[in-house]
Design a protein around this ligand. Structure first.
Ligand SMILES: [Zn+2]
Length: 322
């Protein structure tokens, strides 16, 4: 039986301008709050625990303004490992994690790794980013709103203080259960653990786009010459399709774009984002989606513009040499 675990973390941080103050753990979790829902989205439990700090013993001023906890409060908490073990056991069978935004899952795993706990997953972990689902359901899918905004938008009761883990989890659960089934298909992946080999790579087709998460690579050159990464396949008929606009980067390698044409299904836009994995290797997230002829023209214009910029760059460089 599936359990939806809507959780929220509060964390304290070290002074990030001083390497020695980070102590191997930039963000130390000080509170875990969660709501558990069954397969019918009915609430079956609450979890709320404070963690006694072991790395950052002073409250950072950013944290102080954000969370409503003092060091005296936290002193009553338990060591992280105890709290995290109890939490994971409380999650029950087949936990499906749900959080407001993508930051809580990696932070949880970073804290677990710091204390040598077993990883949550051996590859990309599917989860629900409720902040993203809210945007897909009620806005344009791109905006990212604060949790309080979403609660106001839905006209829900603000009967709990914000920025305490359990109350934020309760609010997030209220938004999550308001999301329609049609939108709820759009789950996300947490890539704290990236695929180590081809077998672990993720290929997934959503309603109107497809996603591929590659294995790790040592270098950008290696990644950009990999046939799977650079392939342009129609995600409906799975055929390799002819490229209409060859791969280019509009922004110095932050991402790469290409367009190909499937004779049967139309133009497909491919976008590769190069990302750094937790262990300092590189991997890509490639998305593909169908576009119309106008969008093909827009991408073509983008490519021309980036060519001009490149030319301009090389011209001004050579001017310096004169
Ligand atoms: Zn096709």
């Amino acid at each position: 039986m599936k359990n939806y675990i809507v959780f929220d973390l509060e964390w304290n941080q070290g002074d990030t301008t001083r390497e020695e103050d980070i102590g191997g753990l930039p963000f130390e979790i000080v509170e875990i709050g969660a709501v558990r829902l069954n397969e019918n989205f009915e609430k079956t439990g609450e979890f709320s625990r404070l963690v006694k700090p072991q790395v950052h013993l002073e409250m950072h001023k950013i944290t102080q303004n954000l969370i409503h906890l003092t060091m005296e409060d936290l002193a009553k908490g338990d060591p992280f490992v105890n709290v995290a073990e109890d939490f994971l056991e409380w999650c029950g069978d087949e936990p499906v994690f749900c959080t407001w935004g993508p930051l809580d899952l990696p932070e949880l795993q970073r804290n677990m790794e710091y204390y040598n706990m077993d990883p949550l997953a051996d590859g990309p972990l599917p989860f629900f980013d409720v902040q993203k689902l809210f945007s897909l359901e009620y806005e344009n899918g791109k905006l990212r709103r604060a949790l309080e905004y979403a609660i106001d938008y839905k006209g829900l009761d603000k009967d709990q203080p914000f920025h305490r883990a359990l109350s934020d989890a309760i609010y997030t659960a209220r938004i999550f259960t308001s999301i329609s089934e049609r939108i709820r298909h759009n789950y996300s992946f947490d890539n704290y653990v990236t695929p180590k080999d081809k077998k672990q790579e993720v290929h997934i087709v959503f309603d109107n786009y497809a996603k591929y998460i590659s294995r790790e690579f040592d270098s950008r050159e290696e990644l950009l010459s990999d046939s799977e990464v650079m392939s342009t396949r129609c995600y409906i008929c799975r055929k390799n399709i002819r490229r209409k606009i060859k791969w280019f980067t509009p922004n110095n390698g932050k991402h790469y774009l290409a367009v190909a044409n499937c004779e049967k299904h139309g133009f497909v836009k491919f976008k590769i984002r190069v990302k750094k994995s937790e262990n300092d290797k590189l991997y890509v997230v490639k998305t593909s989606k169908f576009i119309n002829e106008d969008e093909v023209k827009e991408i073509k214009a983008k490519k021309e513009k980036s060519k001009m910029r490149m030319k301009h760059l090389t011209d001004s460089n050579s001017n310096h040499n004169v």
